[in-house]
Design a protein around this ligand. Structure first.
Ligand code: ACO
Length: 328
């Protein structure tokens, strides 16, 4: 049983924060951010908004676009590193919000690779033959773990969500290969140190800003370029495909320079690379499903297209997925 994506959707919060606004908060400039990362602006959650709210908007749009009733959903997978709470899961909150009373589900933590991990997990459930409709959402509210006095991190991220409905198909379409990796030896290069069982929240931990994300940007950059390029090249090679066979490359949007390096290594020409980092920044698990839905809605993805997805993120986690597009 193959797995195909039958509908896609995305949602970003209304509030836009430009690079110029950041100039008034930390020692940075619009020019530096644009030339080093490709980012011009990002969307950020409002005061009363959280990850489950973004996810619920995506879930509602998925149901509407797919013409599906909430009772038909079997499993809800929410890939995120910024859940509303440790417990209950964001998946449970979304399940209740949309009235998916026959669904079970869970949150999945794989940072920027979360959406690819989610698609692969959903695909395995579909191929078991037991489940018919799986909702996979990639979402992060990164501003909830950003230190807006740390210019190394605060200029990079934004908030947003996207997702898809996965269903079985007898045809030889849909997701046809995946390679996923994890290397925990890179964990300390990109980490939120506090708030978990290793360092529960205390007055001290809050004062020391242990609940914000911190990174060694240069190290992460180096690993991301190599990881994303290697895995994309490998998945093409093992399917006897070249960059010319790819209709659209949808990479994780962390840094335009990382994307360009991966596309170059795979000989994928720039017009076949989906880039929207300029408008959203790095929304972690949200980047690929947001970009995928924008590509679908703007007609950049058509039936019969071969699509390559690739991601790299905290963990380290990384991977690639190949799919043949056909929704009907
Ligand atoms: N504004 C202005 N100047 C800055 C800023 C800023 N926001 N941040 C750093 N600088 C300065 C540095 O201090 C340095 O100054 P110096 O030369 O006087 O020492 C100079 O700019 C150059 O800094 P570099 O670190 O060499 O800049 P680089 O070209 O490596 O770009 C960046 C930094 C954008 C963080 C890059 O390393 C990167 O993108 N790394 C990947 C990080 C990432 O994407 N993390 C997200 C999660 S992981 C993922 O999604 C793949």
């Amino acid at each position: 049983m193959n797995t195909k994506i039958t509908s896609t959707a995305h949602y970003v919060p209304e509030r836009v924060m430009t690079n110029f606004e950041l100039e008034s908060m930390v020692d940075t400039s619009d020019e530096w951010i644009r030339t080093r990362t490709g980012i011009s602006q990002r969307h950020i959650i409002g005061e009363n908004e959280a990850t489950s709210d973004l996810s619920t908007r995506v879930a509602e749009r998925l149901l509407e676009k797919g013409g599906i009733s909430p009772e038909e959903i079997d499993i809800i997978i929410i890939s995120t590193v910024t859940p509303d709470h440790f417990a209950p899961s964001t998946a449970a909150i979304v399940q209740n919000n949309i009235g998916a009373k026959n669904a079970w589900g869970f949150d999945l933590s794989a940072a920027c690779s979360g959406y690819l991990y989610g698609l692969e997990t959903g695909r395995q459930f579909i191929s078991s033959g037991k489940y018919q409709k799986i909702m996979v959402i990639g979402v992060d509210s990164m501003t909830s773990i950003l230190d807006f006095t740390d210019r190394d991190t605060c200029v990079l991220f934004g908030d947003g969500a996207g997702g898809a409905i996965l269903e079985p198909t007898d045809n030889s379409i849909g997701i046809f290969d995946s390679i996923l990796h994890m290397d925990g030896s890179g964990g300390n290069y990109l980490i939120v140190p506090g708030g978990g069982s290793r360092m529960p929240a205390t007055v001290e931990s809050v004062k020391d800003k242990k609940h914000f994300i911190r990174q060694d940007g240069k190290k992460v950059f180096k690993f991301a370029v190599k990881g994303m390029a290697d895995v994309s090249e490998r998945i093409l090679n093992q399917n006897n495909l070249s960059g010319d066979d790819i209709s659209l490359f949808i990479p994780h949007q962390a840094n335009k320079r990382i994307i360009d390096a991966a596309a170059k290594r795979c000989n994928i020409s720039p017009e076949k690379v989906m880039i929207n980092i300029d408008r959203y920044g790095n929304t972690t698990a949200g980047t690929i499903p947001i970009a995928m839905n924008e590509a679908v809605e703007s007609g950049r993805i058509k039936d019969g297209d071969t699509i390559l997805l690739a991601a790299f993120g905290a963990g380290f986690t990384w991977g690639s997925i190949l799919l043949k597009w056909e929704t009907s």
